[in-house]
Ligand binder design. Structure first.
Ligand SMILES: Cc1cc2nc3c(=O)[nH]c(=O)nc-3n(C[C@H](O)[C@H](O)[C@H](O)COP(=O)(O)OP(=O)(O)OC[C@H]3O[C@@H](n4cnc5c(N)ncnc54)[C@H](O)[C@@H]3O)c2cc1C
Ligand code: FES
Length: 288
């Protein structure tokens, strides 16, 4: 076994591979979502570790490739089998380019799951509005799959998803399936291409037409900071309180567990206390 992937005993008895020591995992399948995003179906190899590796939407893992680096990646699936997860990864730099070169059967390192998840229990019975831009749909994909697994526990689900151009729309198979299963899926692109008959404009344009029903809605946002900023303001103008708006923060991370200080901001470790926060919490932290 590669020493980088040695199994350690976990001191707190939780469902984690040990702190800072990745577990060896195998790529079981790869779905090409668009020219820059691939979804990797990854499984922890050690059966004992795999059996205790469970997660909730909004949590992330640290993914590593020897000699290429390590990075935080949101889990984009709903837990069906412990130790098995989907990771939807946009090619950005050294590590993610190396991952995009990999094939089924190749091995990666996984640490986690880390971070505070979306409050799925508190969201029960509520109408859920999801607003995503680009790869921001990855953690919200996990939320949608979670809700569709037990739809009777949630109200309506509306997804507003913005992409740069029609050819950049990722998760196409999921979008079709979600629409067939009752999710109100609304797409927009910044720039049209020949043959595109859908909406053109920013995701905020789509939001203008969404009816927000009093106190019944919660909004979950993930995308570029400018999108989060504008959408948050619009939602508050539409009557949502800062407690009803939940987002994820992306900051440079190294350890992922509150040790190194890379993600420290205004008294908070984004990796440990987040990455999921309500806007009300961000206001308290003076981040918004
Ligand atoms: C909690 C969390 C969850 C994430 N989930 C996902 C996910 O599900 N899918 C996904 O594709 N990416 C996700 N990211 C971003 C991902 O971690 C970075 O894109 C990754 O670190 C790039 O590594 P690299 O070695 O390939 O690129 P590098 O060579 O390190 O960087 C390439 C470029 O990406 C930029 N970059 C590096 N880190 C970040 C970051 N955290 N946010 C934005 N830009 C960054 C750099 O400034 C540089 O311009 C997440 C980040 C966080 C903090
Ligand atoms: S990434 Fe090290 S403290 Fe958050």
């Amino acid at each position: 076994m590669n020493h980088l992937f040695e199994k350690n005993n976990n001191s707190n008895g939780q469902n984690h591979v040990d702190i800072l020591c990745p577990a060896e995992a195998v790529i079981k399948d790869i779905i090409t979502e668009n020219s820059t995003i691939k979804t990797f179906v990854v499984e922890i190899l050690d059966e004992e570790l795999a059996g205790t590796f469970t997660y909730l939407p909004g949590q992330f893992v640290m993914v590593s490739v020897p000699h290429k680096g390590e990075a935080p990646i949101s889990i984009s699936s709903h837990l069906t089998t412990p130790g098995l997860m989907h990771l939807s990864i946009r090619k950005a730099g050294r590590l993610t380019s190396a991952l995009h070169q990999m094939k089924e059967g190749d091995h990666v390192g996984i640490r986690g799951p880390y971070g505070r998840p979306f409050p799925m229990q508190e969201l029960q019975g509520r109408d859920i509005l999801l607003v995503a831009g680009g790869i921001g749909l990855a953690p919200l994909r996990s939320v949608i799959e979670f809700c569709l697994h037990s739809p009777e526990q949630f109200g309506s689900i509306t997804l507003l998803y913005g992409s740069r151009a029609p050819s950049d729309i990722a998760f196409r198979a999921d979008l079709d399936r979600w629409a067939a299963e009752g999710v109100d899926v609304r797409l927009t692109v910044d720039v049209a291409e020949p043959g595109w008959k859908g909406h053109v404009g920013l995701v905020t344009k789509l939001l203008e037409d969404v009816q927000i029903g009093g106190n019944s809605h919660s909004a979950l946002l993930c995308g570029p900071p400018i999108m989060i900023d504008v959408v948050t303001k619009m939602l508050q103008d539409k009557g949502l309180s800062p407690d009803q708006i939940i987002t994820t923060l992306e900051r440079n991370m190294k350890c992922g567990v509150g040790l190194c200080g890379h993600c420290y901001m205004n008294g908070v470790y984004i990796c440990k206390h987040g990455p999921v926060f309500t806007v009300s919490q961000l206001n308290d932290m003076r981040i918004f």
